[in-house]
Design a protein around this ligand. Structure first.
Ligand code: AMP
Ligand code: MG
Length: 473
């Protein structure tokens, strides 16, 4: 074995109630499709030949020092509590401490059945694996907290989904941790207070060493989520399944399923085919973050003796979130129109632009980028109204130092558009990885204008539009 991973597995040192130890299930014919050399380097993973990389990240070879396990958790899915979920198709190999000093999980996704698989096959198909690879790396390049992609391996096995027989794949995901609101919910729901306390201590030590007890943890996670969701919104990102089991304690984006970046702006935009009522619509994401933190609070306070006081304190923390979300939203969107430090007084100006973009079906990414280059007018139908808005905007910009520079660093040129992702997946299924590689090269530098990627900036034509992202992951 030429591959060395310097494991230090803190989660596996927790009591056995937190997980089930089991190795990944081997696949027929592992073949490496993508490997993130830079990320591997930063994690202290030594260079290795392609055969070893494929074997390890397909789950066929368990590297030395790994303690493979499936984590237990529960979660509210679309608002309903599911008392037991857990890693149904993922295996945590272990943790490494990167060259930056931070501890990270190495997890295989699509690595075979576990005791938590319920009706699932424990597998993933190539499409969602490549979507998560591209979108998580794009989010990282955009400066948004996220899990990352280390490897994608083809399994040589067939996976069956609604769409038929599909090529199987395994994604290796790197995360600050895989602790989620649902990890707390499972023990709170079962009345396992000792485990809840152990988990709280573990989470504080790992993520927020300065947090004071369960309520300190709640406050820290709520603050992280209140930063994360406006960051998503500022690039037109719709997560699609922000259930409590997909809501991390670290504040990283996790589980890229039926997610997408919006093309034309609409507040009520939904991409997930299973989200019938728009629970996770673009403009509802901030409210959902608050709802998720209310579930986190409910779980955490089960360990506090003086329950009445705890309820009051936790309520205060959750009720403070809308203001935090709004402040972060104003700051993010303010930068998108060139304001270095926008305040709530600037909110009407930002909202007026968004309202006009929505009415005119303006492309989110391209319109904001065009603001900085003076070409935004072309993106509107109601040009008189846009001119009126521009007059207000120009007045406000008078007190700004370098609005162009602020806009250039807040408005990406390139996001991985949904129709391009679908085309890339189609090509990959047919054995052509070139569109994937090209897309990865493009999204790695999202704020740079690169003429060779102009086609990837273009919104979909009518027949290219992919209206929904299916959950058949
Ligand atoms: P997700 O929607 O990917 O966050 O998954 C929600 C839950 O369903 C988690 O417990 C997953 O492990 C489980 N799950 C999703 N897909 C599968 C599958 N193909 N096989 C087994 N479990 C799955
Ligand atoms: Mg999940």
């Amino acid at each position: 074995m030429t591959l060395h991973i310097p494991f230090d597995n803190s989660y596996a040192r927790l009591p056995p109630q937190f997980y089930t130890q089991l190795p990944p299930t081997p696949v027929s014919a592992p073949r490496i499709l993508a490997f993130n050399d830079d990320l591997a380097h930063g994690l202290g993973i030594s260079a290795a030949d392609a055969t070893d990389i494929a074997a390890v990240f397909a789950g066929n070879a368990v590297p030395e020092g790994a303690t493979p396990l499936a984590q237990l958790y529960a979660g509210h899915q679309f608002g309903s509590f599911n008392p037991q979920l857990g890693d149904g198709r993922a295996i945590l190999l272990g943790e490494v401490i990167g060259t930056d000093g931070n501890r990270r999980d190495i997890q295989l996704k699509g690595s075979g059945p576990t005791p938590y698989s319920r009706m699932g096959d424990g597998r993933a198909w190539l499409g969602p694996v490549l979507r998560e690879y591209v979108v998580s790396e794009a989010m990282h390049a955009l400066g948004i907290p996220t899990t990352r992609a280390l490897a994608a391996v083809a399994t040589g096995d067939t996976v069956y989904r609604e769409m038929g027989a599909l090529p199987g794949a395994v994604l290796t995901r790197i995360a600050a941790s895989h602790l989620r609101v649902g990890t707390f919910e499972v023990f709170a729901h079962r009345g396992q207070i000792d485990e809840l306390r152990t988990l709280t201590h573990y989470a504080i030590k790992r993520h927020y060493p300065n947090a004071d007890g369960p309520l300190g943890l709640l406050e820290a996670v709520a603050a992280a989520q209140a930063e994360l969701i406006p960051a998503w919104m500022s690039v037109g990102f719709i997560h699609g399944v922000m259930n409590t089991d997909n809501c991390t304690i670290s504040g990283e984006t996790i589980d890229y399923g039926p997610c997408a970046f919006m093309d034309n702006y609409h507040e009520a935009r939904v991409f997930s085919s299973i989200d019938q009522i728009g629970r996770y619509a673009f403009g509802n994401q901030a409210r959902i973050a608050v709802w998720n933190m209310a579930q986190f609070a409910t779980a955490l306070i089960q360990q506090i003796e003086d329950r009445d006081v705890a309820v009051q304190d936790a309520t205060k923390i959750v009720h403070a979130m809308p203001a935090q979300l709004q402040a972060a939203w104003v700051r993010r969107f303010g930068r998108k129109i060139g304001l270095e430090d926008a305040t709530s007084a600037d909110q009407p100006l930002i909202e007026a632009l968004l309202a006009l973009m929505q009415e005119d079906g303006a492309d989110f990414t391209n319109t904001f980028r065009a603001l900085g280059t003076g070409t935004a007018r072309d993106h509107f139908v109601q040009r008189d109204t846009f001119d009126e808005w521009t007059a207000r905007w120009a007045k406000r910009l008078q007190s700004e130092g370098a609005p162009e520079a602020v806009m250039a660093s807040a408005n990406p040129v390139l996001i991985p558009r949904n129709h391009r992702i679908e085309q890339m997946i189609e090509a990959a299924v047919a054995g052509d990885m070139a569109p994937f590689e090209r897309m990865m090269a493009a999204v790695a530098k999202p704020f740079e204008v690169n003429p060779s990627f102009t086609d990837l900036q273009r919104p979909p034509t009518t027949d290219e539009i992919v209206p929904a992202t299916f959950c058949g992951t």
